[in-house]
Design a protein around this ligand. Structure first.
Ligand SMILES: C[S@@+](CC[C@H](N)C(=O)[O-])C[C@H]1O[C@@H](n2cnc3c(N)ncnc32)[C@H](O)[C@@H]1O
Length: 251
């Protein structure tokens, strides 16, 4: 079954300033959505393909783009604490675990940070639009530590079932969407578009269950501080101010 659901391709069109743009055609075929339709305003999301890059704009003119060079989403963190970063500790950096499978790449913020910290990361994303933004961002970046990043367009549950025992992975990382709080902390415009595109990850516990059957050392789940455990059996929680990393020890 195609991962590109009717839900998204009926709400999306691709727009390009050049009618013969091969990249625009390629993405419209991937999304199975119209390219340069007569009335683009009828579509909730417009995926723009421009010479300088790609981005998504919604009907409210909110824009989401992924550009690892721009650092608008804090991709390149200055002054990080290296091996003492909570996420690195949770994934087992002290034990020499380096090969990470990220089951929820999203905007790529955590994945990119992990590569910056020296981890070798394989990432999976199931949202077609997020995948397209990520794919273009990886193609464009000049950052050397992102050169070997492996990105897959897949549902992680399926991916885990199909690739079990086939990849050299030490630790699995999972950061599913968590229902956000009321309007008080209004997210940046990017986050609004992101949430509209991705929706809820209601199957997160099922994904974690499958991840726990993999022959890896650890599975780490990122949670808001006040959230319940995604599944019982957390061995240790690495707690920050707003998030914590719940670690399940498998091997
Ligand atoms: C909270 S965001 C992750 C943010 C990410 N850690 C970052 O730093 O940008 C969750 C993302 O994981 C993706 N996701 C959730 N469950 C997934 C699954 N089963 N398979 C593939 N992607 C999944 C969602 O589509 C969404 O993009």
């Amino acid at each position: 079954m195609s991962l590109v659901s009717a839900a998204i391709n009926e709400r999306l069109c691709v727009l390009s300033s050049s009618a013969t743009d091969a990249k625009a055609l390629q993405w419209s075929q991937f999304f199975k959505c119209p390219l340069n339709p007569s009335y683009p305003e009828k579509y909730f999301f417009n995926f723009h393909v421009e010479p300088q890059g790609v981005y998504v704009r919604d009907q409210e003119k909110r824009i989401l783009e992924i550009d690892f060079e721009k650092n608008h989403l804090d991709y390149e963190r200055k002054g990080h604490r290296g091996k003492n970063e909570l996420i690195a500790k949770a994934l087992g950096v002290a034990k020499g675990y380096r090969n990470i499978l990220d089951l929820s790449v999203g905007l790529g913020v955590d994945s990119v940070f992990l590569t910056q910290l020296g981890f070798a990361v394989t990432g999976v994303e199931r949202s077609p639009v997020l995948y397209a933004l990520l794919k273009e961002a990886f193609a464009k970046t000049t950052k050397s530590y992102l050169q070997f990043y492996q990105l897959y367009f897949a549902d992680s549950l399926q991916f885990l079932k199909e690739h079990k025992g086939q990849l050299n992975i030490d630790s699995i990382y999972f950061d599913p969407m968590y229902p956000h709080k009321k309007k008080s902390a209004l997210p940046k415009q990017e986050m609004v578009v992101f949430r509209d595109l991705v929706g809820h990850d209601d199957d997160a516990a099922e994904v974690l269950k499958e991840a726990l059957t993999w022959p890896v050392q650890r599975v780490v789940v990122k949670r808001p501080m006040q959230a319940e455990e995604l599944l019982p059996g957390v061995r240790h929680s690495y707690e920050g101010k707003v998030v914590r990393y719940d670690t399940y020890v498998v091997g």
